[in-house]
Write a protein that binds this ligand. Structure first.
Ligand code: ZN
Length: 168
């Protein structure tokens, strides 16, 4: 795939939807990112691609924190084996959407917030199942089947979008 150029008209993703980037150069205004009517609007002071990329990365990170926390809260009633809500840490990873440490810390890729909500739920549920089953043996998959019977569909969709979402 072609790397993004961070210019107006380019496609960027949030919760599975496509937004067109609009870049404004406003040397005397505060630098901001906002979503408005199908557009992702970035206001920057200098015409630096790196700066636009950085602002967008920060925006995705902040959105990811809010969305993942909200989805975790929404999913906890299903995952009755989770006694204490785990701490979610965000970390950009090259080849993983998430992982669960032996001590029960869940790490999620902030760019997962570009994927549809059901795909985010699949990754969170997958990691929550690892709090009970620390491997991918049959007991793990039957737990996941019970938590999200149609998980394979959402995983397949996420796999299809992966390249697009992880593209810089
Ligand atoms: Zn796993």
């Amino acid at each position: 795939t072609i790397p993004r150029e961070y210019v107006s008209g380019e496609s960027h993703f949030y919760l599975g939807r496509r937004y067109l980037l609009k870049v404004y150069y406003q040397p005397n205004s505060a630098e901001t990112v906002r979503m408005s009517r199908g557009y992702l609007e970035v206001s920057v002071q200098k015409r630096h691609v790196i700066r636009i990329q950085k602002l967008l990365d920060l925006w995705y990170f902040t959105r990811a924190q809010k969305v993942f926390q909200a989805r975790l809260t929404a999913l906890l009633p299903i995952t009755i084996w989770v006694k204490n809500p785990p701490f979610i840490k965000l970390q950009v990873m090259q080849t993983q959407w998430g992982n669960c440490s032996p001590k029960g810390m869940i790490t999620l890729n902030p760019y997962l917030v570009k994927a549809p909500r059901e795909c985010i739920d699949y990754v969170i549920l997958h990691e929550l199942c690892h709090l009970k089953e620390h491997n991918h043996k049959p007991a793990f998959w039957s737990l996941l089947d019970r938590a999200m019977p149609d998980w394979a569909r959402h995983k397949a969709r996420l796999d299809t979008m992966a390249e697009l979402i992880l593209q810089k």
